[in-house]
Structures are given as structure tokens and as C-alpha cells.
Design a protein around this ligand. Structure first.
Ligand code: SF4
Length: 264
């Protein structure tokens, strides 16, 4: 059932103009499609003389939709002026089946969606990137940065853009909360962490203090970014406990009493 929203400023004549609203609606749509009057709405900021009357929609396939008829009473016309009909629309109610909200294609793309040959250009104002001259490039200290930037500028070389602070933050959050982070089931059950593993290749630059790359070909994370507090059972210093080590086989027994019939 539609919730009636009203304000103290609703004009009584416009509120009472249910028959006028229904008549206007019936001049546009078949009577069989129009159900009961459900109530009225006074839109915020539209003024007390603008009232929208709601009627149930009985049209097949439109369960939960309703007809919305907006009537207007113009105060300047003085008392006794008739209401006029502003608009008639069919709108979905809370229970209506409607299409999901539009999601731009760019926001639908997930990692792994790109196929060979696909192009995914970034926007010019992508917040994850800044001009390299404004932020510098990763592994160089301040002096080297300045020199390299100058030479690169002079020669027209170097990267045009690099990650911005928000680009670094977004990557760090994504990696830390993903399969290479400390909360992954693999890390939770690991005997030790990546920061002490010989297979962890350190990064340089802004993310070096938190992340590295796993270079253990036998590990699930080989070739992937891992946080320093990630870990797995393929850690370079993992040793089997005595009880887990393979047991030595007993000495072979030379049977001199029975005869192996299959040998004949
Ligand atoms: S082998 Fe395991 S512990 Fe070592 S770096 Fe790779 S993921 Fe980390």
C-alpha cells in the first residue's frame, strides 16, 4: 500500500480533486487499467497547490506500478479557480519489478575481463594517475628524481603519468584485502610470513614497506604481489616436524622357506 505523504501546506481543493485527477487519467488510458485511489503526495518545494494523486495500475504485467496524476491549483487565479492537470505518468512502486539500476560499462569491468586485443583506456582525469613531473617516478631519491625528470623533459622521454597518492592507496587496499593479504585462508594457516621468506622479492618505491612479489614456483602466489605479513606453507624456512618426516623402510627380508610359484 502506498504511504501517503502530506504536509500542513497542502491545498485542500487540490487534495480533494480526486475525481478530476481520475477523469484526466481515464481520458488517456482504458478504464480497465485504472484501480483504486491510493492516496496523494505533496512534493517538497513544489508549493501547497501542487498535489500528486496516485491510482493503482491494473494493467497486465505492471504489478506494483501506479498511475501518478499531478494536479495544480494556481493561487493567483483566486478562490474558485479549477484545478488543472499537470502530468500523468505510470511509475513503479516499492513492489514493482523494475530493471536494475544502470551501471556504466567501465564500472562493470572486472579484473580478468580483458581479452587479447581489447583496449581499456583510462580517463584523462583518472584520479589514480598524475603527471610524472608532478609526483616523480618510483625508485629514485629526491636529487636523482630532479635530475632524471629534467633530462627526461629535455629529451621528451619518460613516463607521461605515474600513480597518484590515491592510486597507490587504492592498490594497497586492494592487494592487502585480497588473496595475497594477511587475511587469506592460506596466510591464516601459514607457519611463517613472507617478510622472512627467501622467495619474496622486494619491491622498490612507495609500496616497498608493505608488499613484495612471491617468486616460489611451487607456491600458489608465484608471480603475484603479497603483503609482507601474508604467508603460506611453501615458506623457504619451513621444515617438517620429526613425526611428519617419511619413516625409513624396514630392511628387506629374504624368504628362503616358501616357493614363488609365479616364477615357474
Ligand atoms: S612462498 Fe609463501 S611465504 Fe614465501 S613469499 Fe611466497 S607466498 Fe610468501
Amino acid at each position: 500500500m502506498w504511504t501517503v505523504i502530506t504536509t500542513p501546506y497542502a491545498d485542500a481543493t487540490a487534495v480533494a480533486a480526486v475525481d478530476e485527477a481520475r477523469a484526466a487519467l481515464l481520458s488517456d488510458v482504458p478504464a480497465a487499467d485504472v484501480g483504486d485511489h491510493l492516496g496523494h503526495v505533496v512534493e517538497d518545494g513544489a508549493g501547497p497547490g501542487v498535489v500528486t494523486h496516485l491510482f493503482a495500475c491494473a494493467r497486465k504485467g505492471y504489478v506494483g506500478w501506479h498511475w501518478s496524476v499531478t494536479v495544480v491549483l494556481v493561487p493567483a487565479l483566486g478562490g474558485g479557480a479549477p484545478v488543472t492537470v499537470d502530468e500523468i505518468v505510470l511509475v513503479p512502486g516499492d513492489a514493482a519489478i523494475v530493471a536494475p539500476a544502470w551501471v556504466p560499462y567501465r564500472e562493470r569491468i572486472k579484473p580478468g575481463d580483458l581479452s587479447p586485443g581489447d583496449l581499456l583506456p583510462v580517463e584523462d582525469d583518472d584520479a589514480r594517475l598524475v603527471p610524472t613531473y608532478a609526483f616523480g617516478d618510483d625508485p629514485l631519491d629526491a636529487d636523482e628524481k630532479a635530475q632524471v625528470r629534467q633530462v627526461a623533459n629535455d629529451l621528451g622521454l619518460g613516463r607521461v603519468r605515474t600513480l597518484s597518492t590515491s592510486g597507490f592507496d587504492a592498490a594497497a587496499e586492494r592487494w592487502y584485502s585480497g588473496e595475497g593479504g594477511p587475511d587469506a585462508p592460506l596466510a591464516q594457516a601459514a607457519p611463517d610470513q613472507c617478510h622472512s621468506c627467501g622467495f619474496m622479492v622486494r619491491l622498490t618505491g612507495h609500496l616497498a614497506s608493505s608488499f613484495g612479489v612471491c617468486a616460489n614456483g611451487n607456491a600458489n602466489d608465484d608471480g603475484k604481489v603479497v603483503s609482507l605479513n601474508h604467508g603460506c606453507g611453501a615458506h623457504s624456512e619451513v621444515r617438517l616436524a620429526k613425526k611428519h618426516e617419511p619413516q625409513p623402510l624396514p630392511e628387506p627380508v629374504f624368504d628362503t622357506l616358501s616357493v614363488d610359484v609365479d616364477a615357474f
